[in-house]
Ligand binder design. Structure first.
Ligand SMILES: [Fe+2]
Ligand SMILES: [Fe+2]
Length: 277
């Protein structure tokens, strides 16, 4: 198919007011306080593109959360577990708005063309509901979200300007809850999963992990320095980021999955070794 432009809007009026009431911290952030008078055009374009990319990633994650929610309901997961997960799509839409507004602060979004029907890989349609939910939990939460926690926390840590610091705050807080969720699900599902289920879930995890190894190579090839104090996501394209991402993949993803009997073939030794690259 031809791609569609990734563009967003707010409906406004009473709907926006309800949204604001759900997450009042968004409007309280110090918008409009970035001083770009000394920022080069190159710095602004880099920041616009990295924040637009972040908005798109959060948008994809919102879909992953919604897909997981559906699978949890079909699997009749515990009501409180489903209820906790029902908040995740809202959290992600807040992150979408925060990242999109940061791009606006630097001068506006940049162009992203995407296929809305191919943003996230669906669970195998032939699997029973429990395995579909487990597949979503493993790929989106145990791998994707769990890996992002320490990296986002570090991004929050290096933010000096009050605006990106404020923007990263709720993102870090929400992602901490998301990162734990996948393992909480697996602990509940443990006695319902067979040895062969665990093998299939290991392959699902391998797929998600190898996708990230591929992304790291792209990051390595395009790494750069932070160009402006508001450009905190620029950190995500540095050697330090890659070193931390590798460490977190082992401690937050591979080891906790293996501890739950999910066999992982995509070990760190498969990932690009940046030290000698
Ligand atoms: Fe998010
Ligand atoms: Fe998340």
């Amino acid at each position: 198919m031809m791609g569609e432009l990734f563009e967003l809007e707010l409906l406004g009026g009473a709907t926006e007011q309800r949204f604001r009431k759900m997450r009042p911290e968004v409007e309280a952030m110090p918008w409009g306080t970035l001083d770009l008078s000394n920022a080069s055009e190159e710095a602004c374009i880099a920041a616009r593109s990295v924040w637009t990319g972040a908005a798109y990633q959060e948008h994809r994650t919102a879909l992953a959360c919604a897909m997981t929610l559906r699978a949890l309901i079909e699997a009749r997961a515990p009501v409180d577990l489903i209820a906790v997960a029902s908040r995740f799509p809202l959290d992600e839409m807040v992150h979408v708005e925060l990242a999109a507004r940061m791009a606006m602060e630097f001068g506006g979004g940049t162009e992203i063309v995407h296929d809305p029907k191919a943003m996230v890989l669906e669970p195998n349609p032939h699997w029973r509901p429990l395995m579909q939910a487990a597949d979503c939990a493993v790929r989106f939460f145990c791998v994707g979200e769990a890996l992002s926690i320490p990296l986002l926390r570090n991004t929050w840590h290096i933010a000096k300007h009050p605006l990106p610091k404020a923007v990263m705050g709720p993102i870090v807080k929400d992602e901490a809850a998301h990162g734990v969720f996948g393992f909480t699900f697996l602990d509940w599902a443990a006695e319902r999963l067979t040895e062969s289920d665990r093998g299939e879930l290991g392959q699902a995890a391998d797929l998600a992990i190898r996708f990230l190894y591929g992304q790291w190579q792209d990051v390595y090839d395009n790494r750069r320095k932070q160009l402006h104090e508001g450009d905190v996501l620029g950190w995500m394209k540095t050697d330090d980021y890659l070193a931390r991402a590798r460490k977190a993949m082992q401690s937050e993803v591979i080891s906790p999955l293996e501890a739950r009997g999910i066999p992982i073939a995509a070990q760190l030794s498969e990932s690009p070794d940046f030290a000698t690259a």
